[in-house]
Design a protein around this ligand. Sequence first.
Ligand code: AR6
Length: 177
Amino acid sequence: MAEISCVQGNIVDQKTDAIVNAANKQLFGGSGVCGAIFDAAGYDVMTEACQKHGHCETGDAVITPGFKLSAQYVIHTVGPVYGDNENDAELLRSCYWQSLNLAEEKSLNSIAFPLISTGIYSYPKEEAVRIAVDSIREFFDDNHASSIEQVILCAYNEEDAKLISKVLKKYQKSTPW
Ligand code: AR6
């Protein structure tokens, strides 16, 4: 089982093999995580790499190089806009799952996620954190021989870091990893 931990900071500063972008379906630069990642990676090169994919469905993910980032790769996943779909939870779960799948396909060792959908897309944070932790754990339950050893949940502020740590602790108490 990979180690799942919480770090407070900026996703672009994470020194994992891949960082995950909270993307839009058109894969254009935006604000929030997306803006920070495009700016730090190099806006033009990242736009060009994303436009080669052209589009990404909600719940799915695509991968590009990290360009100027410390991370070798960026995995772009499109979270649900909260309230727009009957299966929001399933779509959010799929974002984590598909991102881990892509990291696995590249035999990566480490990956850092922001809290997908909890900014502009308005997903309630506590529920989103539970879904994130649940889906990451389920992925490793199904992939015992995974190359991924480290998963970071990156909180942008102290409040989010406390929330993630609380959910992680609860899981550690309830089920041995
Ligand atoms: N590092 C880590 N976390 C961050 C950072 C950062 N640099 N910036 C914001 N957050 P959001 P979404 C937190 O809005 O809700 C974009 O324009 C933030 O506090 O980036 O999935 C895309 O292009 C929040 O908790 O992503 C899409 O159109 C979380 O990261 C849309 O926004 C996600 O916030 C995606 O919206």
